[in-house]
Design a protein around this ligand. Structure first.
Ligand code: NIG
Ligand code: ZN
Length: 406
C-alpha cells in the first residue's frame, strides 16, 4: 500500500459547510491521506496516522502550524501570452481607457501581434513560466484561453501549445477556444464572426483539444447576436459556452449565458439583480475577476444579488497582460476588500466554485474522500490568513494528485 499523508495540520478546510453554504467546513488537528492520486481519508490526525503511519508513507508532510486548503482552481485565465504592455498601464494611469487602447490597435490586438511572431517553443516557455508562478501560489487547476491568434492557424497553435504544456506541467490545464476575443483591425465584426463560425470553429473542433468556447460580448467587440451565433455553433461542435459579460456595458451577455446554460458568465461589473437571478436560475456559475476590476477604475461586481439567491460566485484571476496578477490569493484579498466577501466566501470562490465554473464534478476544490489529491499547505494556521496576508509568499507546499510539486 503506497500513500501520501499530510498530518498534524492545525486546520484542514475540507469544503463548504453542509448547513450554511457561506461558510467552510474545517477540521483541527487533522490529517489527509491520498492514494492513487485521490483523497482516501480525512480526519483526526491521531486516528489517521495510526492507520497510515508517516514512517511508512511514500510521502509524509508534517503540517503542524499549517492550514491545508484544497488546491486552487483558476477558472479564467489568458495565461498564454508573450510581450510587454507596461506602457499601457501608464497610459491608463494617465486617463486612457481600456477600450481606447484597444481601438488604437493596442491591448489585445498588440498581444495578438506578439503571439503571431512567437515560435511554439517561445509560447510554451512563457506559458510554463506563468504556470510556475501560479503553482507556487497554490493554483493546481487552471483554465487557459486561446484568443491571441484571431485566425485559424494561430488559434490552433495556441491550443496545441496549451495541450503540450499540459502533458508535463503539474498545473492541470483546461483549454478554452476564444477566437472571438477581439476583432482583427483589417476586418469587421460581421465578417470576423462569419470566419469564426465557418472556419475557426470546425477546425478547432476537429483538433479536439478545446473544451469550452468563450466570447468577449461587449460594445464595439461582439454583439449579443454575434455572441449567440458563435456560442451556439460552438455547442454544435461539442464546446461548452463561457462568456465575458457585462464588463463595460450591460449588453445582455448574462441573459445570453442564461439562455444557453453556459458554464460560467464572467466579469459581471454591470450586471443587474435580474441578470443575477437569470444566471442562478439557469445553473450558470457567476465568476468575478476582481484583479481586473482593481486595475480598471476600481468598480467591483455586486455580491448581494447572488448572495440573496444562495450563490457564491467563483473568483478567478483573469491573468493577462492587462491584469498582470496570476495569484489567486491576491484575487481572494480583492474579493474581500473590493467585493465585500468574507474570507470563507473568497476561499470558496477560488476552490470549489472555480471548479463549478469549469463544470468539474469530481470533488475538485474540496478535500473530501474521492476528491483529487490537490492540496495547498499554508505557512499560516488558518484559511483567514490567505486573504489577510496579501503580499503573497504564504503558500509553503503544493501537492498535485498526492505528489509534492512545489
Ligand atoms: N476583456 C477581454 N479579455 C481579457 C483581457 C485580455 C487582454 O487585455 O489582453 C479580460 O477578460 O479582461
Ligand atoms: Zn478574460
Amino acid at each position: 500500500m503506497t500513500y501520501t499523508v499530510v498530518h498534524d495540520a492545525t486546520e484542514i478546510v475540507t469544503g463548504p459547510a453542509d448547513e450554511d453554504s457561506e461558510t467552510l467546513q474545517t477540521e483541527t488537528g487533522a490529517a489527509v491521506v491520498i492514494e492513487d492520486g485521490t483523497v482516501s481519508a480525512v480526519g483526526p490526525s491521531a486516528e489517521i496516522t495510526a492507520e497510515y503511519p508517516p514512517a511508512n508513507a511514500e510521502t509524509a508532510v508534517d503540517a503542524s502550524g499549517n492550514c491545508i486548503l484544497p488546491g486552487f482552481v483558476d477558472s479564467h485565465t489568458h495565461a498564454l501570452f508573450v510581450g510587454d504592455r507596461s506602457d499601457e498601464f501608464e497610459a491608463k494611469l494617465a486617463g486612457k481607457s481600456y477600450q481606447e487602447i484597444l481601438a488604437d490597435g493596442g491591448g489585445i490586438l498588440r498581444t495578438v501581434r506578439n503571439v503571431r511572431e512567437a515560435t511554439d517553443g517561445e509560447l510554451a516557455a512563457q506559458l510554463r513560466t506563468h504556470l510556475d508562478v501560479m503553482l507556487a501560489n497554490g493554483t493546481t487547476t487552471a483554465e487557459v484561453k486561446s484568443g491571441y491568434g484571431l485566425d485559424t492557424d494561430i488559434e490552433l497553435r495556441m491550443l496545441a501549445v496549451i495541450d503540450r504544456v499540459n502533458e508535463n506541467h503539474p498545473v492541470g490545464l483546461v483549454p478554452t477556444f476564444m477566437g472571438a476575443h477581439a476583432v482583427p483591425d483589417d476586418t469587421t465584426s460581421e465578417a470576423y464572426t462569419e470566419s469564426v463560425v465557418t472556419e475557426q470553429l470546425p477546425t478547432v473542433a476537429d483538433q479536439g483539444i478545446a473544451e469550452f468556447c468563450d466570447v468577449f460580448c461587449e460594445a464595439d467587440v461582439f454583439s449579443v447576436e454575434q455572441s449567440r451565433r458563435i456560442l451556439t455553433a460552438g455547442q454544435e461542435h461539442g464546446l461548452t459556452p463561457k462568456i465575458h459579460a457585462d464588463e463595460f456595458a450591460r449588453l445582455g451577455g448574462s441573459q445570453l449565458a442564461a439562455e444557453l446554460s453556459a458554464a460560467s458568465a464572467d466579469h459581471l461589473l454591470q450586471s443587474t439583480p435580474e441578470d443575477a437571478a437569470s444566471l442562478v436560475d439557469n445553473g450558470v456559475t457567476p465568476t468575478f475577476l476582481p484583479g481586473t476590476a482593481f486595475g480598471l477604475d476600481g468598480e467591483y461586481p455586486r455580491l448581494a444579488p447572488f448572495e440573496e439567491r444562495g450563490t457564491i460566485p467563483a473568483i478567478a484571476t483573469d491573468f493577462n497582460p492587462n491584469c498582470y496578477a496570476p495569484t489567486l490569493g491576491f484575487a481572494a484579498t480583492l474579493a474581500c476588500v473590493g467585493v465585500g466577501m468574507t474570507p470563507a466566501q473568497a476561499i470558496r470562490g477560488i476552490t470549489e466554485r472555480g471548479a463549478a465554473a469549469l463544470d468539474r464534478t469530481d470533488g475538485r476544490g474540496t478535500l473530501r474522500t474521492g476528491a483529487p489529491g490537490d492540496l495547498v499547505v499554508l505557512d499560516a494556521p488558518t484559511y483567514r490568513h490567505l486573504p489577510y496576508k496579501y503580499d503573497g509568499a504564504l503558500v509553503e507546499t503544493v501537492l498535485k494528485d498526492g505528489t509534492v510539486v512545489h
